[in-house]
Design a protein. Structure first.
Length: 357
């Protein structure tokens, strides 16, 4: 703030100098006009015309400096741009300092506007680009507060992105170990329930561990990895994030990772994306929801290929006869796994999870 205040004070002083120069130039121009009119001989007229030429040049310079100084004090980009273009086009000697000051401020305001838009849209690449522009222009001191806020946000968004990519890199065998539980520990049930609450499932859809396994077994666009990859904080219901926060705060991160590697990775993603959603306003505008970590409507990064990727099976080229058009039921192929249904031995989940959302 002190750097900005100092800059504004300097601009105000320069405006006062430009105003004074403009008044003197106009007075000199008026005197020159009077001298031309009062000339009684060719010699006097010649001298008066020379004075007039000098006065006009001085007035031209003073007008440009005054326009530049006024736009600079107002810190208005819409006024700065035409004033700068006018000064550059006319190339009048004596306007260089005011022009340099105006151009410098315009670049600063442009960088600040770019950063503000990037942080509002919460796009990693655009925030990085805006931060680079500020550092390249040497505006770190003048935009210190905005820069710090952007860097904190960038760190959070990168953490979410990293957590999502760690989920993508989980192998099927690692996830299968977790799905194979008949009677999973409470931490497994609660962490995975939290994951799917953040992905938009209702508490009723996640009442039991078999219900959660059904969600884990989905493939293609409905697969857990794909849904996590495309999920951004702006898409998450505020109350769901609050509910997840209350669930996860009961578990220590080391305990979660000691249970299974896959559970730790899911826990890490759920914790950081829930925290970031709670940092946003409870009610989001349409513009808030228009973009995300990977650049709004741009396609998200591709899923990792090879081992550990979730892809839908390719359709057979041969036509098969079937009595019904309903899709075939995909059964759990894991030995010792659970089938969809209610496990009476499973400890009941907290009642607050199943209140109407």
């Amino acid at each position: 703030e002190s750097a900005t205040k100092k800059q504004k004070d300097t601009h105000s002083k320069n405006k006062a100098l430009a105003d004074n120069e403009y008044q003197q130039a106009k007075s000199a121009e008026a005197e020159a006009e009077k001298a031309v009119k009062d000339s009684k001989s060719e010699r006097e007229l010649e001298i008066a015309n020379r004075l007039m030429d000098g006065a006009l040049q001085r007035s031209k310079r003073a007008t440009i400096n005054k326009d530049l100084a006024e736009a600079t004090v107002e810190r208005d980009m819409e006024k700065l741009k035409p004033a700068i273009k006018k000064a550059e086009r006319r190339k009048v000697t004596g306007t260089e300092n005011y022009l340099l000051q105006a151009k410098r401020l315009y670049e600063q305001l442009q960088a600040a506007t770019q950063l503000k838009g990037a942080t509002f849209d919460r796009r990693i690449s655009e925030i990085e680009s805006a931060i680079h522009a500020i550092k390249k222009g040497g505006f770190e001191t003048l935009l210190a507060v905005e820069l710090l806020e952007a860097q904190v946000l960038l760190k959070k968004l990168k953490r979410i992105q990293k957590a999502a990519l760690e989920v993508q890199n989980l192998s099927q065998s690692t996830i299968a170990i977790m799905k194979s539980y008949n009677r999973p520990p409470d931490v497994v049930v609660q962490v995975m329930r939290s994951v799917f609450l953040l992905l938009g499932n209702t508490s009723q859809e996640l009442a039991t561990w078999p219900d959660i396994v059904i969600q884990l077994n989905k493939i293609g666009k409905s697969s857990t990895k794909r849904r996590i990859q495309e999920r951004v904080p702006e898409d998450i219901d505020y109350h769901a994030a609050k509910k997840v926060e209350l669930i996860l705060c009961k578990y220590d991160e080391e305990l979660v990772f000691d249970t299974t590697q896959a559970l730790g990775v899911f826990y890490n993603w759920a914790e950081c994306i829930a925290d970031e959603r709670l940092a946003l306003p409870q009610v989001l505008t349409a513009k808030h929801k228009s973009s995300g970590l990977f650049g709004g409507v741009a396609a998200p990064p591709p899923l990792p290929s090879g081992k550990g990727s979730l892809t839908a099976p390719k359709a057979s080229s041969k036509k098969r006869k079937s009595k019904s058009s309903a899709p075939p039921v995909r059964r759990n192929s894991i030995k010792g796994g659970v089938k969809p249904g209610v496990d009476k031995n499973l400890p009941p989940p907290p009642t607050f999870l199943y209140k109407a959302q």
